[in-house]
Write a protein that binds this ligand. Sequence first.
Ligand code: B12
Ligand code: SF4
Length: 457
Amino acid sequence: VSSEKSPALLISANTERFPEPVFPIGAAYLADALEKRGHPVRIFDAGLFRNPQKELEKLIEALRPAAVGISLRNIDNAAWPHVRSYLDWYRTIASTIRRSTQVPLIIGGSAFSIFPVELVDMLSPDCGVTGDGEAAVDCFFNSNYPIDPSDMTGNPSNRKIINGRLENLDSVAFPRNIGAIFPEFGRYRTIGIQTARGCPRHCIYCTYPILEGSRLRLRPPEAVAEELEMLCARFGKQEFFIVDSLFNADEQHMERVLRAIIARRIKIRFSCYLMPRMADLSLFGLLREAGCIAVDFGTDSGSPSILHALRKNFSVQDVRNVSAACAKAGIDYCHSLLFGGPGESVDTIHETVALMDELNPAAIIAMTGIRIYPGTPLAKLAAADGLIEPGTSMLHPVFYGTEETRQDLRGMVATISASRKNWFMPGGKDWSSSLWPRLLRLLHRSGPLWRALSPHR
Ligand code: B12
Ligand code: SF4
C-alpha cells in the first residue's frame, strides 16, 4: 500500500462529555510525528458525532487508510459511586475497524499505558504503544518494528507492546496543518497545549509518573509560545488548557514559558493545574499577565496527616499562601479534593472543610473514593491491608477502602457540600445524559466549567 496516497487514520475514541469534551491533543501530537516521517494522517474524533460507529465505517470506506491507530484516553470516569467504564465502547470501535479493514491496528493513549496487557488481550491490536506515541510511530508502517526483547516474557500479549519514551521533547509539536487533517478542529473552543511531561513526585495514588515517567522533560518555552501564536493567528483560537500534570513542577520553566508568551503579545486565556506550593509567589502575577484566568490546585486535603499519608510535598500553609497570591493576582482558583485515602477520619474531614471555608475558593471539586491503579504505592497498600486480593485486575475500577467506609464518607461530604455553594461532587450523580453542563457552557464560554459554576461569579 502506498502511504503517499493512503493516510494513517487516528481515532480519538473518547466520547465523554463531562465536565466537557476534551480536545484530542494526544492524537494531534502523534499526527505531527507521523507526518514528519512522511505519512499523511487523518484524525477522527468519535466524541463529535451522534453516531460515531456509522461515521467511522463511512470514513474507513472512503479513506481506505494504510493503518489505523486508536487513542484511548480514559478507562472510566474514576468518579465513585457513579462510575462509568468506557471499555464496551472501545471493544465496539476495535471490532468495527477489524470488520471494515485489514490494515494494521495500533493502540495507545493514557488508558492503554495504565493497562497495556489487559487492553491488548481485550482489543487484539497488531501493536500497542505505552508512553510517548511519537517515539514509536514507525510501528504504523513497519510490521517488523523491533519490540524490546525485555518484554518478551510472561503473557504473550507483552510481545505486542512497545514502550515509547522520547529522550527530550524538542520534536513534539502541534501539526500546523491541523485544519486539513482534522476537519472538525473548528468545533473545539478550548485547545490543549503541553509544555512538559513527567513528574518526579510519588504521591501514592498517582499514575502520572507511570504515564510520563519520573523525570521531568521540558519543551523549549519558545516552541510553546510559537505554537500558541500559530493557533491564535492561523485558526483564531484564544482559549487554552495547559495539560501538564503540574505547570509549576519546575517554576523556572513555567516562568520562561510565561515570559515567552508575554513577549509575543498573544491575546490568549488559559487555565492549568498547579501544585499548591510556589517558592516565588510573584509568579502568580506573571501567570495573570500571560493570560491565565483559572487555576486548578491538586490540593487533595487540608489535613496535615492526610497530606503526609498521600505523600504530598506541600503544607497547609503553602495552600494558604498560593490561594492568597492567586486571589491577589486576580486569577480564579479551585481546590480539587480527594476524600477516602488511608487514615481519613471524621477529624481529618473537618480539618479539610475548615481550611476550605477559610480560603473560600471559586470552587471545590470533591471526589470521595480514590481509584486504585496498578503499579502505584496505593495498590500495594490496599493489597497489604487485604482490601484487594493479590492479582486482582483493576481494569474495572476499584476504589480504596471498604464499600461501607466509602458510603459513610460520601454521606458526610454530601452534607457538607449541600450547605456550601462552591462545593461540587463529580461522583454525586450520573452526568452522562445531563444537559446542564452544556447549557452552562453556552452561558459562560470562558475557562473551565467549575468557573462557570462558581457562586463568586
Ligand atoms: C489535562 C487532563 C484533564 C483536563 C483536560 C483539559 C483539556 N482541555 O484538555 C480535564 C480537567 C478537563 C480532565 C478531565 C478528565 N480526566 Co483527565 N487528565 C488530564 C491529564 C493530566 C493530561 C492529559 C493530556 O492532555 N495529556 C497530554 C497528551 C499529549 O498525552 P496523551 O493524550 O496521553 O497522548 C500521548 C500518549 O498517550 C500517546 N498516545 C495517545 N493516543 C495514542 C494513540 C496511539 C495509536 C498511539 C500509538 C499512542 C497514543 O501519545 C501521545 C503523545 O505522547 C491526564 C493525566 C496524564 N498525565 O496523562 C488526565 C487523565 C487522562 N484524566 C483522567 C480522567 C479520569 C479524567 C475525567 C474522567 C475525570 C472526571 N471524573 O471528570 C475527565 C474526563 C474528561 C473527558 N471529557 O474526557 C485519567 C484517565 C484514567 C482513567 N481512570 O480512565 C487520567 C489519565 C488521569 C489519571 N487519573 O490517571 N483531564
Ligand atoms: S499527584 Fe501531582 S505531584 Fe503527585 S505524583 Fe501525581 S502529578 Fe506528581
